[in-house]
Write a protein that binds this ligand. Structure first.
Ligand code: MTE
Length: 300
């Protein structure tokens, strides 16, 4: 399918030519797919420096496998990812239980280099491979009454130590407004650096919404529901005062227990300077219109 979002920036706009060529080589070598062209509004924060695969796969939040940052890498090997199917239901023309390969058949996997900002004030830059969620929703046919999309993570109690310990109310659930879900920046990721997504990152398929806090990016999805009501989401259920449905990255709206004005980039080293957090995580130009007229403090 055609890309519906084309960035007006490329690396040549923001990066000296030598660094650009060097990056092309790095990405061509590591990803095997050539340059990653969709850098987002890269100029706002200088060039985007991708984190290493090692960093991306060793510092995780996946509470089904424990609450420590190293727990998912240690424990998520137990996740069974094949066969995998996704139940699509609610206000859709073609509901059903789809084998993952059938659901994605014929759709284009794209390279997307995105900033990733956790609500805990750390960040990474991740070269995802994924499919625009809109392509999948169009394939199953969204009915006119649908206003939201709800997502659910798999529960494999025998394989998930965090589920056994009930560290959160499982299954992990998330949701987006339909226009957010249909936005061309929103993808379902199946890979990182051209490799199948690691279990601890949400194999075999997880949501990525780069202008929202990382907890919106629900992992290991087994159900997608089109609905006319705002769906419940895990972190809001756990603590509604601290975690809102929208959770757009916003340096001007602090978490009740910490500032959101800056962030620590993972891999920067213990003494690296914190960097300023950008409105909508640097994707303001692309997504601000979705929230025109909305009070972003009330709808946090
Ligand atoms: N999805 C599920 N099912 N369970 C989780 O605990 N954690 C969220 C999100 N998706 C989480 C989840 C949070 S808080 C973050 S910051 C990101 O996943 C972390 O993604 P990463 O580990 O791939 O960096």
């Amino acid at each position: 399918m055609a890309h519906r979002w084309t960035n007006d920036l490329t690396y040549t706009d923001v990066t000296p030519k030598a660094a650009y060529l060097n990056r092309r080589q790095i990405l061509a070598g590591t990803v095997g797919l050539g340059a990653i062209g969709l850098a987002g509004a890269a100029s706002a924060q200088g060039e985007l420096e991708p984190n290493t695969l090692e960093e991306i796969t060793s510092y995780n939040n996946f509470y089904e496998f424990g609450t420590g940052k190293g727990d998912p890498a240690k424990n998520a090997g137990a996740l069974v990812t094949s066969p995998w199917s996704i139940k699509v239901d609610g206000l859709v023309d073609n509901p059903g239980e789809y084998a993952l390969a059938d659901l994605l058949d014929g759709l284009t996997v794209e390279d997307r280099l995105y900033r990733f900002r956790c609500v805990e004030a750390w960040s990474m830059v991740i070269p995802w491979n994924g499919i625009e969620l809109a392509d999948i929703l169009n394939k199953v046919g969204v009915q006119s009454g649908a206003k939201y999309v709800a997502f659910e993570t798999v529960v494999q109690p025998e394989n998930m130590i965090g589920v056994q310990r009930r560290v959160l109310d499982f299954p992990y659930v998330e949701g987006l407004r339909l226009d957010e879900a249909m936005h061309p920046l929103t993808i379902l990721a199946t890979g990182i650096y051209g490799e199948p997504i690691a279990n601890q990152n949400g194999a075999p398929i997880r949501l990525v919404v780069p202008w929202k806090y990382g907890f919106k990016s629900i992992k290991s999805i087994v159900r997608i529901t089109l609905t006319d009501e705002e769906p419940p989401i895990s972190w809001n259920k756990a603590n509604p005062r601290e975690y809102g449905f929208y959770s757009n990255v916003n340096p001007n709206v602090d978490h009740p227990r910490w500032s959101q004005a800056s962030e620590r980039k993972i891999g920067g080293g213990l003494f690296a300077d914190r960097q300023d957090t950008l409105m909508f995580n640097g994707y303001e130009k692309e997504v601000a219109s979705l929230y025109e007229g909305m009070d972003l403090r009330e709808f946090f």
